[in-house]
Design a protein around this ligand. Structure first.
Ligand SMILES: Nc1ncnc2c1ncn2[C@@H]1O[C@H](COP(=O)(O)OP(=O)(O)OP(=O)(O)O)[C@@H](O)[C@H]1O
Ligand SMILES: [Mg+2]
Length: 219
């Protein structure tokens, strides 16, 4: 990787209480790259993404994002700098409509200098199904629709890098294909992605490089 990294992490460790689950992970993502984090159940993929975002109860290590030290940043500060996070369980606000969920996502964009690539119009072009259902309550969406909404909501904050936790998990193959296409479109629009996946067919479709985890360590 020749370009200056967008995200760099060195010697990342993370714990749930007394239990360490992420061990000495160092990785880099260049601007424009789509990188996979693979590994089996419990390997530590989600914990690593959470640690990068500042969502683990305890972490250590040196992390920089867009040239700034985020080693001790709170999740909201990371979000404001342009780090987007799409959790494994999607965290849709089920009391809100699809449109209202997207409006919540806009709040992440506080920095004036950031690109305004993603608007309601462009996320609806990315996921036309969401335009159709924008005024519906999001409580009764399918897993695939929720995944699209969760990604779209995070995009509304115009992140520079998206941390995407198992996008293809529990969605129909046709939706997984649509999500893969969407990731390639985001990449073409300049969004970098670090995506956790167990589905290697999916990562082969979209990723430039792969890191593999076992028992919380890179292998
Ligand atoms: N909230 C939690 N409290 C305590 N331990 C946890 C918690 N969440 C996960 N763990 C443990 O941390 C380790 C790493 O789990 P993690 O969820 O990061 O793995 P993963 O690679 O994302 O797995 P999966 O593919 O099932 O999503 C596992 O041993 C898991 O049991
Ligand atoms: Mg996980």
């Amino acid at each position: 990787m020749s370009a200056k990294p967008l995200l760099s992490c060195q010697h990342l460790n993370a714990w749930y209480g007394a239990a360490q689950v992420v061990f000495d992970i160092s990785l880099q993502i260049a601007p424009g790259e789509v990188v996979a984090l693979t590994g089996s159940n419990g390997a530590g993929k989600s914990s690593t993404l959470k640690a990068l975002m500042g969502l683990m109860p305890k972490r250590s290590g040196l992390m920089t994002f867009a040239g700034l030290d985020i080693s001790n940043a709170q999740p909201y500060q990371a979000a404001q700098l342009g780090l987007g996070y799409v959790p494994e369980d999607r965290r849709i606000f089920t009391d809100l409509t699809v449109l209202e969920n997207l409006q919540v996502g806009m709040q992440a964009q506080r920095q004036k200098d950031r690109a305004k690539t993603w608007t309601l119009d462009t996320v609806f072009s990315l996921f036309p199904a969401l335009r159709e259902m924008q005024h519906r309550a999001s409580a009764h969406m399918s897993g695939g629709e929720q995944q699209m909404l969760s990604i779209a909501r995070t995009l509304m904050g115009n992140p520079k890098l998206l941390l995407l936790d198992e996008p293809s998990e529990g969605v129909a193959p046709v939706v997984a294909e649509l999500l893969a296409q969407a990731i390639l479109t985001m990449k073409a629009q300049g969004v970098s992605v670090l995506l956790s996946e167990q589905n290697l067919a999916f990562t082969r479709l979209v990723c430039d490089r792969t890191y593999t985890l076992a028992k919380g360590q890179l292998v």
